[in-house]
Design a protein around this ligand. Structure first.
Ligand code: SAM
Length: 248
């Protein structure tokens, strides 16, 4: 992405770019890439990529730049599925606004370093897409959140009436989700040797994102009630305690 002198790296001339750029959440850029590289990255992309965007977004912005300067005709990139919202989506907005997204898969399974993640795949071109296809279905147009509804929700604005009333809600900081089936089994189990119920450390959890994406509620191991020794909760103790204690 950057040359040794800190400027944007030169890319070879190409008609088409197909890529699988690295994913790295915006909040982790500095700790993983270091201050020097991060500051140069931000400086080279000021006004083009928000500083808290995922690393993958820099490739979208750069490819789009190559396209608008006429060097590239078509592109297809893999991104983390979080490109559909927040700061990440900014790089898709000009592409979608021009009607240039010709194909996209909004939310697909992927494996990264052995861990299951979800990705979006986006294909776009220099001209207006004539027959866009989203998740394998022909649609009139693909919006920057990789939906194609008649209502383009990316243009929604915050309700004034919600100011000071609504907040972003909880943010999960570690993989604490327990499947509904597993959680129900644990809830039905008899008391632990200390007469405590597993319900004490299992809580239903959801947030705004899950609500708008129509996800089912998840159950989480709750840190606040986590006992010093997870062994008090026989079933729940199978979840690594170190993991449990990292939760907000
Ligand atoms: C997900 S891998 C994809 C590799 C290959 N394109 C493929 O599809 O198999 C992402 C690639 O981006 C490279 N990469 C990571 N950070 C980078 C950066 N800051 N600038 C340029 N390349 C980077 C990694 O070394 C890695 O090769």
């Amino acid at each position: 992405m950057l040359a040794d002198d800190g400027n944007q790296a030169a890319w070879p001339t190409a008609d088409v770019i197909v890529g699988n750029p690295p994913f790295l959440g915006g909040k982790r850029l500095r700790s993983v890439l270091g201050d020097v590289y991060s500051d140069r990255l931000f400086a080279a992309h000021r006004g083009k990529v928000p500083a808290d965007a995922d690393l993958v977004c820099y490739w979208f912005a750069r490819v789009q730049e190559e396209m608008t300067t006429g060097r590239v005709r078509h592109a297809g990139l893999v991104a983390t599925n979080s490109i559909r919202g927040g700061a990440n989506r900014r790089v898709l907005e000009p592409i979608a606004a021009a009607g240039n997204i010709s194909m996209a898969w909004s939310d697909e399974p992927w494996t990264l370093d052995g861990a299951a993640v979800r990705v979006s795949l986006v294909g776009w071109g220099r001209g207006q897409a004539t027959a866009p296809v989203l998740d394998g279905v022909a649609v009139p147009a693909i919006h920057s959140d990789l939906t194609a509804g008649v209502a383009n929700l990316t243009t929604a604005r915050r309700l004034q009436a919600n100011a000071g009333v609504a907040f972003i809600g909880t943010m999960k900081k570690a993989p604490f989700e327990v499947s509904g089936v597993e959680a129900r089994m644990w809830l039905l189990e008899p008391s632990n040797p200390n007469s405590k119920q597993n319900a004490a450390v299992l809580a239903p959890w959801s947030n705004g994102n899950r609500a708008v994406q129509r996800c089912l509620r998840a159950r989480l191991l709750r840190r606040g009630r986590m006992p010093p020794r997870a062994a008090r909760y026989r079933s729940c103790a199978s979840v690594p305690v170190g993991l449990a204690f990292r939760m907000l």
